[in-house]
Ligand binder design. Structure first.
Ligand code: 1HE
Length: 264
C-alpha cells in the first residue's frame, strides 16, 4: 500500500475568521484547485479542527474556478484495494464537511466539476455566481465518481439527471444549475462569496441546537421510513424546544422584541 499522503505547501487551504464565520479558501489556482490527495487531507484537517468560536463556514476557491475535481496527474494505476482506500479517504474528508461542527456554504464560480461538485454537494448550501458551470467529466475520463457523489448528487438533482451528466458529459450553466437544484442561490458575477458570507452570518446567529438538528437530524429523518421519521422528528423537536435559548427566543417574540417574518 502507498504511504499516506500529507498536505504540502502547494496543497494549501487557508482559514480565516470573520467574526463567527470560518472562511476556507482553496489556494491552488494554478491547477484550478484540483483536489490532490494533499488538498483533500488539508480540507479534512481544516474542518476537523475549526476554531471553537466558529458557528458557520464558507468554502470558496482562489482564481477563476471553484474546483476542477480530482487531480488527474495523481491518477496512477491503483489496484482494487488501493482504489477503495482512496475513495474512502475522500468519503472521510467530505464527511467532515457535511457532518462537522457547523453548517457550510459553498461559494461557487467557474468550474464546479467532478470532485469539485462532490465537494460542493457535501456542503449545506450552494451559492453560484453567473460564471459557474457544473459537470461530471468522470464518464468522459473513463472513471466513476468516488468522493460521495453517487450518494449526494442524486439527492440534489435525482439519479436521472446525474446519469445524463455522466453518460453524455452534459454541462449545466449557472442558470440551469440553480433551476435543477445544484445551487440554491444564483447571484451576479463575482458576488458568490459576499452572498455566502451574508448567509453564514445569519446562520451563525441561529440557536446552535437548531443548526445541529438541521445538519444531523434532518438528513437522517429524510431517509427514514415515515413512521420512524415522525418519531425521530418528535424527539428532535422536543429536545430543541426544551433548550433555554429556544424559550428565550420565543419569549422575545411574544413580548414584541424579536423580528417578524418579512416578505423577501
Ligand atoms: C488539472 C486539472 C485536474 C486543470 N487535474 N490538473 N476533472 C476534469 O476532468 C476537469 C479537468 N480540467 C478542465 O477541464 C479545465 O482545466 C477547467 C475547465 C477546469 C479549467 O480550464 P482552464 O482553461 O481555466 O485551465 P487549464 O489550462 O485547462 O488548466 C490549467 C492548469 O491546471 C493545467 O496545468 P499546467 O501545468 O499545464 O498549467 C492543467 O493541466 C491543470 N489542471 N484541471 C490536474 N483536474 C474522487 S473521484 C473524482 C473524479 C473526478 O473529479 S474526475 C474529473 C476531473
Amino acid at each position: 500500500m502507498r504511504p499516506r499522503p500529507t498536505p504540502s505547501a502547494t496543497d494549501a487551504v487557508q482559514l480565516t475568521m470573520q467574526g463567527p464565520v470560518a472562511v476556507i479558501r482553496l489556494c491552488r489556482p494554478g491547477k484550478r484547485n484540483a483536489l490532490s490527495d494533499g488538498l483533500i487531507l488539508a480540507i479534512r484537517d481544516t474542518f476537523q479542527n475549526l476554531p471553537a468560536e466558529a458557528r458557520a463556514a464558507v468554502i470558496h476557491g482562489e482564481g477563476e474556478h471553484f474546483c476542477a475535481g480530482l487531480d488527474l496527474s495523481e491518477l496512477q494505476e491503483r489496484d482494487a484495494g488501493e482504489g477503495v482506500h482512496h475513495s474512502r479517504m475522500w468519503h472521510n474528508a467530505l464527511d467532515q464537511v457535511q457532518h462537522g461542527a457547523v453548517p457550510v456554504i459553498a461559494a461557487l464560480h467557474g468550474a464546479v466539476v467532478g470532485g469539485g461538485l462532490e465537494l460542493a454537494s457535501a456542503c449545506h448550501i450552494r451559492v453560484a455566481d453567473e460564471t459557474t458551470f457544473f459537470a461530471l467529466p468522470e464518464g468522459t475520463r473513463g472513471i466513476f465518481v468516488g468522493g460521495g457523489g453517487a450518494v449526494r448528487i442524486p439527492k440534489l438533482i435525482g439519479a436521472a439527471r446525474m446519469t445524463d451528466m455522466m453518460l453524455t458529459g452534459r454541462v449545466y450553466d449557472a442558470v440551469d444549475g440553480e433551476r435543477i437544484g445544484l445551487a440554491q442561490y444564483l447571484v451576479p458575477k463575482g458576488t458568490a462569496l459576499d452572498k455566502a458570507l451574508e448567509l453564514a452570518q445569519r446562520i451563525a446567529s441561529n440557536a446552535p441546537l437548531t443548526n445541529y438538528a438541521l445538519m444531523h437530524a434532518l438528513p437522517r429523518i429524510a431517509e427514514q421510513p415515515a413512521d420512524h421519521g415522525f418519531f425521530t422528528e418528535a424527539l428532535m423537536a422536543s429536545i430543541a424546544q426544551a433548550a433555554p435559548e429556544a424559550k428565550e427566543r420565543v419569549r422575545a417574540f411574544l413580548e414584541g422584541k424579536a423580528a417578524k417574518v418579512q416578505k423577501g
